[in-house]
Design a protein around this ligand. Structure first.
Ligand code: DGJ
Length: 739
């Protein structure tokens, strides 16, 4: 089993297939971190790991236990105020205003499997045979508060999941800070890989070497955000996609988060992952508990592709709804970029019919079908059909779509309210606002107070009614603005700092009630594209709209960045019209599809306006995706190039079947170069001893040859091509099959 406890030494050794994570109880009763890295054998004690380094500090503190100095010790879950001046994992304010805690070890509990958390999205091991969970218990005697640190070991995937629970048995206290995981590492020779950007430019890789002080990624938008993603990597400087050591960290949460990396005076590194302590405070009365969301940690010494792959298979088996995790997702057509809100049944039906002819499997009706929503100024909250647009009601339209043999999906933006809506007329107080302050609109809309149970009930009732009426197959759950004037009219003054977290708990409540009531409905989360692309959402909605940017070239960078922490079945990717709506760029329909294949594939353009040759191409693309969908969605994903700079010109992706008998790869070149060197394309993840063909050609190659010698790629340079289909922005697709 993966967890070894030495009771005498009070030492805990968590082993996965390839890693070891070791900590022990220190002289003062709290836990000290000893080691996280490649697997080492279980031993009774580790003097070598536990021995303290000697440092002279100008600020030497004399503590009861002689040379015991917290600021020199790697810890598991640190507080502030006892001589460690690094940022802490938690802080509590006690009734007399003091903020010093002294948690001391009281025991541990080991359990098979991993239970789901009640109100929060979480990892799971429903069968109870894949994971082992350790809870290490601590108590602050003076205040009568308990702290439980939870560790689940997912042995096969080399993943450890952590969280903490605080339980108060004393006078009321306030949790000012309650992070989910802390990891103190012995040196700081790491690069931080973060995935940052903005709307339409999400999750671009930024790689910087760690430096002294705190560097952090965070959100205060009460959404994980377009700007920063909770996923990050610490990698040794020479680590690339194919080799080298790296730690990956992610957070199963959709609201304000903090990922902080602090390099201290002796070049040790402290990693903290959790709810952002700014805009957070939680009152715990006698008998109350607070459970933090879960943090995910993984390690490999075999490069960043391996890191992404072990996270990918972990999510598929222990985070994503099992009903969809290994299911093939439908090829959809979405009407947003085709019609925006200017549509009615008569205009949509030809798109539906044409989609059926092309082999597309689902029609998704986006924003504008409800209330009287002809622009973004009205109707959010009025979740009933606009009869002007659908004279037969939404159920009548859904029936027609189903009769065409297509599944039917609908757009909702549940958390929002327009001033011009029936909902606002009836319940103006359901809108988030701060008394006496002006409310700030964004995209002409406001946010519902999801901390109020009656708001969640209203949404469950109205959305459920539509799901039943339409026999709905899919929901796109959008969220197009962040919260301002945050205030809970039903929360007391002393609980206002609970609002941001309670809002997210309300969103999870709604997700959980709908997904439990309608287990066959596939949810796709969206927040103006990728503004809430996180593991909290993925627990309920197995896929997320990756970005509002559908330009193929921009999407390469977004999907490439996203692929470090997530897998292609987790993101929607569509072929849209050119010139592209976000950047005005012209790209060929082949390149647009080649990029979108690596994801949950779909179209988002008016197919009734395309010439016959493009429709024929789309028909072939749909058939191609169906043939290899199992690879694109469930295969093992590789990044074949090592993009390190923003000016990267070439990207390569590959998906391989588990038995290595087939693979599909693509080489994307953004700009054509003059008189370039020979282009060789190096595959990965094939069986070196198997024999393969490429694109159905006669020549046979060993896997070893394709991976090490590479495959010669002809240069794309066609002077005969018309202006609208340039040689730039090219994509080469390769289908590799065992001969
Ligand atoms: C933002 C989404 O990302 C788009 O795909 C579309 O659904 C619009 N909202 C609709 O308002």
């Amino acid at each position: 089993m993966g967890i070894h406890v030495n009771e005498e030494q009070q030492l805990f050794h968590l082993q996965t297939a390839k890693t070891s994570y070791i900590f022990k109880i220190l002289e003062n009763g709290q836990a000290g971190q000893l080691y996280y890295g490649p697997k080492i054998p279980v031993k009774k004690d580790y003097q070598n790991l536990a021995s303290r380094e000697e440092h002279d500090c100008t600020n030497t503190l004399t503590v009861d236990q002689g040379d015991f100095q917290l600021e020199l010790i790697k810890q598991e879950y640190a507080g502030l105020g006892k001589g460690d001046y690094r940022y802490p994992a938690y802080q509590i304010t006690y009734p007399n205003g003091s903020r010093i805690s002294e948690f001391a070890y009281t025991g541990y509990k080991l359990a098979k499997g991993k239970k789901r958390l009640g109100d929060l999205p979480s990892t799971f091991d429903d069968r109870g045979d894949d994971a082992q969970t350790l809870t290490v218990r601590f108590k602050d005697e003076l205040a009568n508060v308990r702290l439980d640190l939870h560790y689940t070991v997912f042995e096969k995937e080399d993943v450890i999941v952590r969280s903490a629970t605080f339980t108060n048995h004393g006078e009321p206290i306030t949790l000012n800070r309650a992070l989910s995981a802390q990891l103190d590492l012995p040196d700081s020779d790491y690069d931080l890989l973060q995935f940052s950007g903005t709307w339409a430019r999400e999750r671009h890789l930024i790689r910087t070497h760690l430096r002294s002080g705190v560097q952090s990624i965070s959100s205060l938008r009460d959404a994980s955000s377009h700007q920063q993603n909770p996923f990050f990597i610490l990698a040794r400087p020479h680590t690339d996609n194919n080799q080298g050591a790296a730690f990956g960290f992610n957070f199963i949460y959709s609201g304000n988060f903090l990922d902080s990396v602090e390099v201290d005076q002796f070049d040790t590194t402290r990693v903290l992952v959790g709810i952002n302590p700014d805009e957070f405070g939680w009152r715990l009365d006698n008998g109350d508990s607070f459970q933090t969301p879960e943090a995910v940690m993984t390690y490999t010494d075999q490069g960043l592709n391996q890191l992404s792959q072990q996270l990918g298979s972990f999510y598929a088996d222990h985070l994503i709804n099992p009903h969809f995790a290994h299911e093939e997702r439908p090829i959809l057509i979405n009407n947003w970029e085709a019609t925006f809100m200017d549509f009615n049944e008569a205009k949509l039906m030809p798109i539906v019919k044409k989609a059926h002819e092309l082999g597309i499997e689902m029609f998704v009706l986006d924003d504008g079908w409800f209330g009287h929503r002809d622009n973004d100024r009205s109707s959010l909250g009025d979740w009933f059909v606009d009869q002007k647009k659908f004279t037969n009601g939404i159920s009548g339209f859904a029936k027609k779509v189903h009769e065409q043999g297509l599944k039917f999906g609908l757009w909702f933006e549940p958390e929002m309210i327009s001033i011009d809506s029936k909902l606002y007329e009836k319940h103006p107080d359901w809108m988030i606002s701060t008394p006496g302050r002006q409310s700030t609109p964004a995209r002409n809309q406001y946010v519902l107070d999801m901390t109020r149970p009656e708001v969640v009930d209203y949404l469950v009732d109205h959305i459920s009614a539509i799901i039943k009426q339409t026999k709905l197959d899919y929901i796109k759950w959008d969220m197009n603005r962040n919260i301002t004037e945050m205030y809970g009219s039903k929360l007391g003054a002393d609980r206002q700092l609970e609002f941001a977290h309670r809002y997210i708990l309300g969103v999870y409540q709604l997700y959980s009630r709908l997904t439990n009531a309608f287990p066959k409905v596939l949810f796709e989360s969206c927040a103006s594209g990728g503004g809430r692309f996180d593991l909290g959402m993925m627990y309920y909605a197995p896929q997320a709209w990756c970005s509002d940017d559908t330009d193929a070239v921009e999407r390469i960078k977004i999907q490439d960045g996203t692929s470090y922490g997530y897998t292609p079945s987790m993101w929607g990717a569509h072929v849209s019209a050119v010139p592209n709506d976000q950047v005005g760029r012209l790209t060929s329909i082949e390149t647009r599809a080649a990029v979108a294949y690596f994801g949950d594939f779909g179209y988002e353009l008016d197919i009734t306006k395309l010439p016959a040759d493009q429709l024929a191409t789309i028909k072939k693309q749909v058939a191609f995706y169906k043939q290899y969908r199992h690879l694109f969605q469930q295969g093992t994903f590789y990044r074949l190039e090592n993009p390190d700079t923003a000016s990267q010109n070439v990207y390569g992706w590959q998906v391989v079947s588990a038995d290595k008998t087939e693979a599909v790869a693509a080489r994307f070149q953004i700009l054509n170069g003059a008189n370039p060197a020979y282009i060789r394309f190096y595959f990965q993840g094939l069986d070196p001893d198997k024999t393969y063909t490429v694109n159905g050609g006669k020549e046979k190659f060993s896997g070893a040859e394709l991976m090490h010698v590479g495959y010669f790629v002809p240069r794309i340079m066609d002077r005969t091509k018309p202006e609208k289909d340039p040689s730039d922005f090219s994509a080469h697709l390769f289908v590799v099959k065992e001969a």
